[in-house]
Design a protein around this ligand. Sequence first.
Ligand code: ADP
Ligand code: ZN
Length: 217
Amino acid sequence: MRLIFLGPPGSGKGTQAAKLIEKVQVAHISTGDILRENVKLGTALGLKAKEYMDAGKLVPDDLIIEMMRQRLQKDDCSRGFILDGFPRTVAQAEALEKMLNELDMKLDAVILFKVSDEVVVERLSGRRGCRQCGAIYHIRFNPSLKGDSCQICGGELYQRDDDREEVIRKRLDVYHSQTAPLVGYYGKRGLLLEVDAGRSSDEVLKTILDAPWGRSE
Ligand code: ADP
Ligand code: ZN
């Protein structure tokens, strides 16, 4: 199973990917997570990426493409993958197409997570993550049973710098101008499956698993 998850920030791509990999043995590749890990470790990539991320802008294509070229060659990708947050520009999509051809891999589908900007702002401004284990909560929709601490590991919960409302609005602008053109790009290739991401996450998961490739593992 080789899927791309496409959709605005806060459309639930990461949540669905985490649920899906409990059911099928594929790699979950989140460019946002890889970048944040690099920022945390202070790598050369992390140092270059941080200013863009904090401003809600896209990290330059050449950095992202090189990072993904390396990631897609790792062993765990041989069983398939979910790309969560990549590609995000037409240039990235074109580079991915080349890389997959070289690796002799074919995409099964691109899942488009459709959701309104208002829902995105409400979801992201309330999102909190655990510093220790990465668990994700929402102050209203899914609060931790332990308040400001993680109910799984007791770690400290925090808000991402880019989940502040003004940065969320900026990320949405970037999505509409730079990433939305990929809907046409993958539509032309007959790969697009739209899901209503405003529904409950169990319903969204079911739609993905019921598609032809969902049970192929
Ligand atoms: P979200 O999808 O919620 O905006 P991510 O965790 O996917 O957040 O990404 C966080 C930030 O990392 C983005 O705002 C952007 O700066 C950077 N980023 C992630 N993936 C890409 C990508 N494919 N191309 C460029 N920048 C990216
Ligand atoms: Zn935790």
